[in-house]
Design a protein around this ligand. Structure first.
Ligand code: PLP
Length: 423
């Protein structure tokens, strides 16, 4: 459920008119709904809380899905932690008021400078993805006299995820270490006086719409913890990652949080272990839309109709990068039979095609459309390709709204590039 609903013939966000918002801020524009963000976080937490054996898990929202400071602050106030993958994301989480005690730091290529920053800020959990990284962290910790919490990220070799580019849990992917390697590294970590070995983690992919691969991966993680414990090692934390899918279109819905929690309870509920989760898309995707205006409709003599929008692949790259489907809705639908459009942006790439042969209500130049479910992996992946200003973001709460990332001016864009002194 989300809070983008039609009222009196107009698509609205909570109690705010998207037409008025587009007029005030200009298009293209991302719009996020506070009520939807809050609802998704609560539904996820309450589903886990419905199973008392799961305790009170750390829910570390995956910052990379949507890292706007106001989005992070909205979730942080509800008690969410943050799963981060760079120094920049750690800085964002801290700036948004999420304490270091709820920050997890993941990623395959953390630099020494980034790890040092994580040690200085005292993030709760560092997910280690390789032996060289473990060695580097231990030496940085030793020179600083600190003892970071370490979790070994395991690649359980279970494929899952809505597209090859977002499957992270197979042997061929760059993420994590094998189950066997994890046993060896965990023993090393526990033996190292500079490290506090906390546990193990996995994250097998994104946009997962079937519980079976997750259950398989979690079962393998359970076996791993049992093997480690049998060797006399202390394992107090099991981080089960993110990856839960969202409905992008009218298809069978992905597993509800309650079904996910029931599966988690059945696989690891009896383990006496602290759990952590890293949901990103499930929290943010349906809490945002990309608003765009029709520049014109270009009808070819062969009958093909191009709906040319002022939004492009640099603003929302998911269709070009992952062949992703986004529902497209007119903000003020006109009556009349559906029309078949190719929906494209102005960027000079054929890849700048959001979709082909999509049946939509009739649209005219100046009309507004909303790309639904654009709150995750949308604005965060935007760029200024073609020197199109970075897209602004607006946050709605009830009848209030605020611009939480303004569109840069052309002067600001040009001023970022000082001329070489010899020119
Ligand atoms: C991207 C990522 C997540 C979040 O994935 P979603 O599919 O958005 O839930 C969680 N953990 C790690 C390590 C990630 O890289």
């Amino acid at each position: 459920m989300n809070h983008f609903e039609p009222r009196d013939g107009e698509l609205r966000c909570e109690d705010v008119s998207l037409t008025a918002l587009a007029e005030a801020v200009g298009t293209p524009l991302y719009v996020y709904s506070s009520a939807t963000l809050e609802r998704h976080y609560r539904v996820f937490r309450e589903a886990l809380e419905a199973f008392p054996r799961l305790g009170a898990p750390l829910i570390a929202y995956a910052v990379k899905a949507n890292s706007n400071l106001s989005v992070l602050a909205t979730l942080g106030r509800l008690g969410a932690g943050a799963d981060t993958v760079s120094e920049g994301e750690i800085r964002r989480a801290l700036a948004a008021g999420i304490p270091a005690s709820r920050i997890v730091y993941s990623g395959v290529g953390k630099t020494a400078a980034e790890l040092a920053f994580a040690l200085e800020t005292g993030v709760e959990q560092i997910n280690i993805e390789s032996e060289p990284e473990l060695t580097l962290l231990a030496s940085l910790a030793r020179t600083r006299g600190v003892r970071p919490g370490v979790v070994i990220r395991v690649n359980p070799d279970v494929g899952a995820g809505g597209h090859a580019k977002i499957s992270t849990g197979t042997r061929e992917s760059k993420f994590g270490v094998s189950l066997a390697e994890a046993e060896r590294l965990y023993a090393l970590a526990e033996a190292d006086p500079n490290l506090k070995a906390l546990g193990v983690a996995c994250h097998i992919g994104s946009q997962i719409t079937d519980l079976a691969p997750l259950a398989r991966a979690f079962g393998l993680m359970r076996d791993l913890v049992e093997r480690l414990r049998a060797q006399g090692l202390t394992v107090e934390r099991l981080d089960l990652g993110g990856g839960l899918g969202v409905p992008y279109f009218n298809q069978p819905d992905p597993p509800a949080p309650m079904a996910f929690a029931a599966m988690v309870d059945s696989v690891v509920g009896d383990m006496d272990i602290d759990l952590a989760f890293e949901p990103g898309r499930a929290i943010a995707a349906n809490a945002g839309v990309l608003l765009a205006r029709v520049i014109h409709v270009h009808a070819r003599p062969d009958g093909r109709r191009f709906l040319v929008l002022d939004a492009a692949m640099n603003d929302l790259i998911r269709p070009a990068m992952y062949d992703a489907y986004h529902d497209i809705r007119p903000v003020n639908p006109r009556p009349g039979p559906l029309v078949t459009y190719d929906v494209v942006g102005p960027v000079c790439e054929t890849g700048d095609t959001f979709t082909r042969d999509r049946d939509l209500p009739p649209l005219e130049a100046g009309d507004l459309v909303a790309f639904m479910s654009a709150g995750a992996y949308g604005a965060v992946m935007s760029s200024e390709y073609n020197t199109r200003p970075l897209i602004p973001e607006g946050l709605v709460k009830g009848a209030d709204w605020a611009v939480v990332r303004p569109r840069p001016t052309y002067d600001e864009i040009l001023a970022r590039e000082p001329a070489a002194p010899w020119l």
